[in-house]
Design a protein around this ligand. Structure first.
Ligand code: AMP
Length: 226
């Protein structure tokens, strides 16, 4: 993490964070809140990939089948996409990586790109997660996330923020969810050990409501800001 003085202002703190958690651990919701609090963009690989698919770009055409089946897309393509995203001007004061890295190969490529300050690892019981995943509803327009039980919109099925009709993403359907858990266990869980050995990871208890988890995340981030 770098601090540099800005004329007539408090020092700007550059923070490069990674947020980890199994599918449906509430990672995306927390990332959105952290991004707002700290004024750094949330770089969400899944959202970027879905955008590419929707726009039918070259990347989108290549990754569509991976997204639909819950398998991980090819490292090379994902790394290239993230590299391009974090070099944009809005990332000058840092960023929060959500959904990247997901493999050791991606983590090694990230290390070549930059030094990460902290990895926040949301820890949640797997059984509770499956229930969360299938109840999730998303806004196809502004990417806001709701849950039919735990985080309901004001009007059922309608996005509070932009009024669009909420959808269940294909990758939140039951079979895909099961596959994503399997993929997470096989490919992403080893990353936790990778970052633990480097002393860069903090485990965050992901139980309880959104605000309780958010409070724990903020407390963890504050430990590296002081
Ligand atoms: P997410 O919204 O983060 O759960 O991602 C949705 C899907 O996008 C995943 O199931 C993968 O197919 C793909 N994806 C997201 N991030 C990555 C990544 N870092 N590496 C490879 N595939 C990814």
């Amino acid at each position: 993490m770098n601090k540099y003085p800005v004329k007539d202002a408090s020092p700007v703190i550059i923070m490069k964070l990674v947020i980890f958690g199994p599918p449906s651990a509430g990672k995306g919701t927390q990332a959105q809140k952290l991004s707002k609090k700290y004024g750094i963009p949330q770089v969400a690989t899944g959202d970027l990939l879905r955008e590419h698919v929707a726009k039918k770009t070259q990347i989108g055409i290549k990754v569509k089948s991976y997204l639909d089946s819950g398998r991980l897309g090819p490292d090379e393509l994902i790394v290239q996409m993230i590299g391009e995203r974090v070099s944009r001007p809005d990332c000058i004061n840092g960023y929060l990586l959500d959904g990247f890295p997901r493999t050791i190969g991606q983590a090694q490529e990230l290390e070549k790109m930059t030094d990460v300050d902290l990895v926040l690892n949301i820890v949640v019981d797997f059984e509770a997660l499956a229930e969360r995943a299938v109840g999730r509803r998303s806004c196809p327009k502004c990417a806001a996330v709701y849950h039919i039980e735990f985080n309901t919109p004001k009007v059922q099925g309608i996005c509070d923020k932009c009024g669009s009709k909420l959808i269940q993403r294909d990758d939140d359907k039951e079979e895909t969810v099961r596959n994503r858990f399997r993929v997470f266990k096989e490919q992403t869980a080893p990353l936790i050990e990778y970052y633990r050995k480097k002393g860069k990871i903090l485990d965050i208890d992901g139980s309880g409501g959104i605000d309780a988890v958010f409070g724990r995340l903020v407390a963890a981030i504050e430990t590296i800001r002081t």
